[in-house]
Write a protein that binds this ligand. Sequence first.
Ligand code: LLP
Length: 437
Amino acid sequence: MKLPPDIAPHFEFRGGRLHVERVALDTLGARFGTPAYVYSKAALVDAYAAYANAAAKYATRGGALVCYSVKVNSNLTILNLFASLGAGFDIVSGGELARVIAAGGSPGKVIFSGVGKSVAEIRMALAAGIACFNVESLSELRRLSAIAGEVGCVARISLRVNPDVDAKTHPYISTGLAENKFGIAYRDARAAYREARSLPHLAVIGIDCHIGSQLLDDAPLLEALDRLIDLIDLLDEDGIEIEHVDLGGGLGIRYGNEAVGTMPPVPADYLARVFAHVDAWRAARYGGKPIAVMFEPGRSLVGQAGILMARVEVLKPGTSKNFAVLDAAMNDLIRPALYGAWHEVVSVVESGAPETVWDLVGPICESGDWLARDRKLKLAEGDLVAFLSAGAYGMTMASNYNTRPRAVELLVDGSDVHVIRERESIASLFAGERVIV
Ligand code: LLP
């Protein structure tokens, strides 16, 4: 058996068994149980290198920083790995900042996005000395200046501008349209910058946007860049100098159900297009004066590096549907239930069972608890299956619904296996609860 091309590099079948790097996944199922998230270190390193090598080509001009978007997979080992490779981080909460610091990331390379930063989170980020706040409203701007004044410092800021371009992705993960809650409306941005300049405890340093996720074409991102460039030119007329432009994340990955011929943009090509565009603009208008560029990728760094492995508990063939009930459920991987997302699924060990069309579902008491529908697989009870491309927005969106402990997370490095998060114990799930009498 072969995996579809471009999906799950460093995962492959050898001798009828799915391997991650040099380890057979069925041995991990036996040793650590299921459900289990399993990541390939080499796949993470390769994905980061694709960005870093492309970014390095801009080093002698304005410089480019890759800020990994922590929400996508926030395991401390993964954050530590990216920090050691030189990444910055895009965070959206105080919790994520604490994780970055615990993982050895440098607060000086952290940017803080999000529409609803609390006073406590702002204080925490100021105390840590983060690189930049990506501010999303006038109210936040004023709040940030006031808090920075109270603690006696200056907050470096960028305004997240909503460029009103269509990312052409799922409505739940599209963020750059006027109707979305994110960012400052394009037409209000110039005035917002003027206000930012007038506030005493802010230093305006950047501009940013993030138009959506799982983009299969980078044209909308380049369109957003154009809109930011127009705005930077207007700000220049106002005497406001922008030192960096941050294009957010968004590059999609192949899940395997895309229309034939659809290929997600390759990070190196996308970055090269951005740099060429920026260079031409800076040469034409600013005598070549450099400007720094930042990116906040998430899915394209970790998505293909992880799988979710589950075991078939019960087979329920029926008249209209055949159900394979797994020990993994929507609480482990919510993307299918929430977005109708499609993940490739394969048997971990090739089996002799007859090929049948199955719906793969979890044991949770909801009809929405499904992980894959209408898949042709050879399944027997007790078999292991793997959902591919599950490294992004898998474990971080997992919950304890139905009092289900969250899965163990394993990182494979060659033939070494590391438990990077233990399976939760049932006792820990209600440890903070009290029975009152
Ligand atoms: N920067 C900001 C401000 C973001 O909001 C996001 C993702 C990213 C960067 C990273 O975007 P990426 O490179 O991963 O596309 N849970 C959904 C995706 C939600 C995206 C949220 N924002 C999913 O499972 O498809």
